[in-house]
Structure formats: structure tokens, C-alpha cells
Write a protein that binds this ligand. Sequence first.
Ligand SMILES: CC(C)(COP(=O)(O)OP(=O)(O)OC[C@H]1O[C@@H](n2cnc3c(N)ncnc32)[C@H](O)[C@@H]1OP(=O)(O)O)[C@@H](O)C(=O)NCCC(=O)NCCS
Length: 197
Amino acid sequence: MSVIERMLGRPDGPGDDNNGSLTIAPMRKRDLRQGILDTEAHAYPTPWSPGVFQSEIDQVAGGSRYYLTARRSSGTASGSRRSSKGRIVGHAGLWFTLDEAHVTNVAVHPDARRTGVATALMLALAEEAIRRECTAWTLEVRVSSDGAQELYRNFGFVPAGVRKNYYENVEDAIVMWCHDIQHDAYRRRLDRLGATR
Ligand SMILES: CC(C)(COP(=O)(O)OP(=O)(O)OC[C@H]1O[C@@H](n2cnc3c(N)ncnc32)[C@H](O)[C@@H]1OP(=O)(O)O)[C@@H](O)C(=O)NCCC(=O)NCCS
């Protein structure tokens, strides 16, 4: 059983609103209005528009992109719509270039944070990057996003540079890289991350 299967098979997370089981599945366009756009608006000063998401999803079939939606099967928090499959609580994506994967987006609804949703999404992205034979993955993160940087450090990302004024022409981005993701040591890191959630 993979790390992801183990994670998805258990109820997870503390608190009354976040004790349902988590499922992660490929993003569909209808997910946008069922919770993704809401999460996105809470997560970023400049959220992606529906058109950006649709363009990204359109590129999944060609293999250059990969997008996931996270849902909780139960919960009582307001702020996101639900379906019979559960309430959408987060989303994430990858862009593949040669033998590298670039994290394009990781966002979790504020009332579902610190319950392992981003970790589950990142584990699923890592599995896909490894399956596609990528040797490394990379991302940009706001200098002010301490929590996101901590999340990424957990996954072995280290700072490798700064893009000045990358966000809204005012905030710098830290460029982070994680290499050798095909190695056994990285598999052990993912197993540890999955086991602690
Ligand atoms: C960053 C973000 C995706 C984290 O999502 P999350 O589901 O709360 O993350 P997890 O519960 O999986 O957290 C895993 C670990 O990451 C670290 N972490 C996450 N959020 C943190 C925070 N606010 N402060 C400090 N550490 C944090 C912790 O080590 C945490 O483990 P712990 O809860 O056992 O201490 C979420 O806060 C978010 O959507 N932020 C706005 C959008 C954003 O900045 N995205 C990143 C774009 S580069």
C-alpha cells in the first residue's frame, strides 16, 4: 500500500470540522465553482482566474500539467460548497519540463489548514513527479509565506535564489529546489511524511 493510499484510507486531522476522511482526485473544471475558486481567493492576493485554471486543466491531457483537488467527506465549517463526495478544501498542481516538475499552486481553505491537506496534496504531487521519472522539483514561494516555506522544507526543498519583485511587482520570491527525488532516501522521506499524518 502506498503512502497516499494509507493516508487516504484513514480519518485524519484534529477538530470537529476536519475529522472526515480526505480524498484526492484529478481536478475537474466543475470543481472550480464548487470550492477551488473560493479557496484560491482566500489564499492569494492575486488569485488565479477561472480562465487560468481552465487553461491549465486543458493542458493536463497533453501531459504537461497535473492538477489535484482535495475533499473532506464530512465537516461543518462554512465557506466552501460541498457535494456528495465531500467539501473541496484544497488544490495543487505541477508543470512538467524535461525531467523536472514545477509546483504551480498549492492552496488550502483557511478553515481546513494545519490538518495535513497540503501535505497530502504534496505527497500526491511527489508520487506523480517520481512516476514521470523527474529527477528534481522546484517552486517559487513568497518571502512572507513562512508557513509554506516550512511545508516545503519538510519535503526537502532548499532555497536556491531570489526572484526580485516577482509577486505583484512588489514582493520577492524565494526559488526552492529539491533534487534526487528518485533516490531511496527521498522515498524514505515521503514515507515518514505520510506516516506522521
Ligand atoms: C501553505 C498552505 C498551503 C499550508 O496548507 P496546510 O494544509 O495548512 O498545511 P499542512 O497542514 O499540510 O502543514 C504541514 C506542515 O507545514 C508546516 N506549516 C504549514 N502551515 C504553516 C504555518 N502557517 N506556520 C508554520 N508552519 C506551517 C508545518 O510544519 C506543518 O506541520 P504541523 O501542522 O504538524 O506543524 C496553506 O497555509 C495555504 O493555502 N496558504 C496560502 C497559499 C500559499 O501560500 N500557498 C503556497 C504557495 S507557494
